[in-house]
Design a protein around this ligand. Structure first.
Ligand code: AKB
Length: 317
């Protein structure tokens, strides 16, 4: 068996990708972490190896895996929920084909003469859930009836991960991320992006126009915890992983009005105007909060940052 030495990240210039690339380069050395994205971005191409990669190009992905002796892939490239609704066919194509290429290549290279073993991290999302779930502490095994094309790709993706693990022994691991909040990179195209945008407006002293109703609660997570979840899950021995679709994970939950009052602890005069749009419909079909008992049991998942801590960190930076 040959476990490749290096790490490849797709979608490295995205919101999670920028911060995960930086952390992996700190931990393993810049030359061991190959950032890829559809376009070259200084945020990831200046600090280490970078290759342009469209995840729909399986041949090029295969060449890069061999060229860099890749043993782990963080496959992050995807179109998110709000943008997906205006690019339906592309979202299906990119989100599904990208994942299938990664899974297929891991299976093919494991079975080939070089017997290369590749461990994969793929983020799923609370977007797998739909309006028929218990909204409080949504259990791991709830019905998966999403209302968005993004959610459909995540449900199908979870099933493909379990299938490739069962059928070909591909070591793929996944979490259902809530909305992610960080300040080193821009979110793009998500329903939960409003939270980062509201914090930015507060920092810039501007009134924020909120696309969600004041009371629409959603599960959220500070970027530090999101990175910790990915790295912890990727580091545990395969035998500890009992869920090969995707793990529920949770950190905090809040509505726009709860975020507003947490921001007002620091910036008294900050104001929000509510103009709910299509994003509120998506958010209203998602959980209020998540039950992450299985992740806590299997790989000791525990978030560190709550709402006041997240707001403090975001406004500081
Ligand atoms: C989105 O809002 O689309 C994402 C997600 C929760 O998956 N942030």
């Amino acid at each position: 068996m040959n476990s490749g030495k290096n790490i490849l990240i797709t979608g490295a210039a995205g919101q999670l990708g920028v911060e995960l690339t930086a952390r992996l380069r700190e931990q393993h050395g810049a030359e061991k972490v190959i950032a890829t994205d559809i376009r070259n971005t200084d945020s990831v191409s200046k600090s280490g190896p970078f290759e342009e990669l469209d995840v729909m190009d399986k041949q090029r992905m295969s060449k890069l895996i061999d060229k860099y002796d890749v043993g782990s892939i963080y496959h992050l490239a995807a179109i998110l929920s709000a943008k997906g609704e205006t690019h339906i066919a592309l979202t299906w194509k990119l989100n599904m084909n990208g994942l299938l290429h990664v899974l297929d290549l891991a299976g093919e290279k494991k079975a080939s003469a070089s017997s290369r073993h590749i461990r994969i991290f793929w983020p799923s999302s609370i977007g797998v859930f739909g309006p028929d779930i218990p909204r409080e502490r949504t259990p791991q095994n709830s019905p998966l009836n999403p209302t968005t094309v993004y959610g459909i790709t995540k449900v199908a993706g979870e099933q493909w991960c379990a299938y490739y693990h069962r059928r070909f022994g591909v070591d793929v691991r996944s979490v259902r991320y809530p909305g992610l909040i960080g300040n080193k990179s821009e979110p793009g195209g998500g329903t939960t992006d409003y939270a980062v945008d509201m914090l930015r407006s507060a920092g810039n002293g501007k009134t924020f126009t909120c696309p969600l109703k004041s009371g629409t609660r959603l599960p959220m997570m500070y970027m530090e915890d999101a990175i910790k979840a990915a790295l912890n899950l990727m580091s545990v021995p395969p035998g500890r992983i009992s869920i090969r679709t995707s793990y529920n994970i949770s950190a905090m939950s809040f509505s726009p009005e709860e975020l507003l009052s947490a921001i007002r602890q620091h910036i008294n005069g900050f104001d929000v105007r509510y103009e709910p749009d299509e994003r509120d419909k998506i958010a209203s079909s998602w959980p209020d909060s998540i039950d992450d008992t299985d992740a806590r049991r299997d790989w000791d998942w525990k978030p560190a940052c709550d709402l006041p801590g997240m707001v403090r960190e975001m406004l500081k930076q």
